[in-house]
Design a protein around this ligand. Sequence first.
Ligand code: FAD
Length: 324
Amino acid sequence: MSDKLLVIGETRDGSLRNVTFEAIAAAKKINADGEIVGVICGDDDLESQANEMIHFGADRVVTVKHDNLKTYTSEGYGQAVLAVMNEESPDGIVMGHTAIGKDLTPKLASKLEIGLISDATEIEADGDKVVFTRPIYSGKAFEKKIVTDDVTFATIRPNNIPALDRDESRTGDITAMDVDVTDIRTVIKEVIRKASEGVDLSEAKVIVSGGRGVKSADGFKPLHELADLLGGAVGASRGACDAEYCDYSLQIGQTGKVVTPDLYIACGISGAIQHLAGMSNSKVIVAINKDPEANIFNVADYGVVGDIFEVIPLLIEEIKKMKE
Ligand code: FAD
C-alpha cells in the first residue's frame, strides 16, 4: 500500500482548481493512513495555495517557485515535480485528469517505468488492494482496475470524487524547494483565453449546452443567462462550434471536453454518439429538443419536447421567480 502520495496542485488565475482538493480526497481513499504531500509550482508566492491544500487534507506541502514555472510547460513542471519526487521518494502521484494532468503524469510515470491509472471516477481501498473504476469506450462502459503494487500513479476525473470538507484549523509544514528549472524548449509568450470567463467548464456543477438547434451566436445568449442563474457554465456540441455559434473551447464530446456535472441541460442537441461520449456520465441530464425521436432523449433523465426559444425563457422566468 502506498505510504506517501504526492498530490500535484493545479491553479487557474492564481487559485487552486477544485480538482486539486478532489485529488487530495482521492489520495486519502488510496491510503487513509498514508502521508499526503501537496506540491505546488509557480512563479509567485505559493504559501496561500499551500495552506489551502492543507486545509483540504494535505499533511504538508512542498512549493517550487521559479520564473520558468509561471505557466505550465511539460518540461518545466516535469523537472520541478521530478526533483520533488527524487527528494521525497513517494509511493505515487495523484492529480486531476485535466489537460495538465494528462500531459504530466504519463511523462512522470514513463520516466519511472510505472503504470498509470488514468481518468478514475471512483477509488475504493479493499484490504491490501485498491480498486479504481474508470470509463472505457468513450464512457459506454466502466472497467475496474485492481492495484496491489506499492506504487500508485493516478489521475482522477473532475467532479467525481468529492473533496473533503475544508478545515481551517488543519496545519502542516510548507517547504520551499529550490529547483533549477532550465531546460525549457517551449516558450509560452502569451495565454489567450478563448472561452468566456467565469465557471470553468470541466469543473462546472451545472452546464447549459447548446447545439445546432440554437441557430446562431445570438441564440446562445439565453443559454448564458440560464447558466448564470444556475451558477453554471455554457458548453456546446461540435455542430454549434462548426457553425461558428461559439468557440471550440466550449465543445463537449469525444474530441472536446469530457464533463460530469451534477446537471447537464442539452438544448437543441441531437445526441450524436460523439457528443454523448463527453457528457453521458453527467449525474442528471435534461434534454430540450423539438424532435421527439432525437437520440439525446435516450440518455436524458428528463426530456422536454419543445422549441428551445420558448422553453428556455420560461425556465429562466421560473428560476427567477424561485430566487425572489
Ligand atoms: P444536429 O445533429 O444538427 O442536431 C440539432 C438538433 O437541434 C436536432 O436534434 C434538432 O431537432 C434540434 N433543434 C433544432 N431546432 C430546435 C429548436 N428550435 N428547439 C429545440 N430543438 C431544436 N460532436 C460533438 O458534439 N462533440 C464532439 O466531440 C464530436 N466529435 C466528433 C468526432 C468525430 C470523429 C466525428 C466524425 C464527429 C464528431 N462530432 C462531435 C460531431 C457529431 O457527430 C455531430 O455531428 C454533432 O454532435 C451534432 O451536433 P448537434 O447535435 O448540435 O447538431
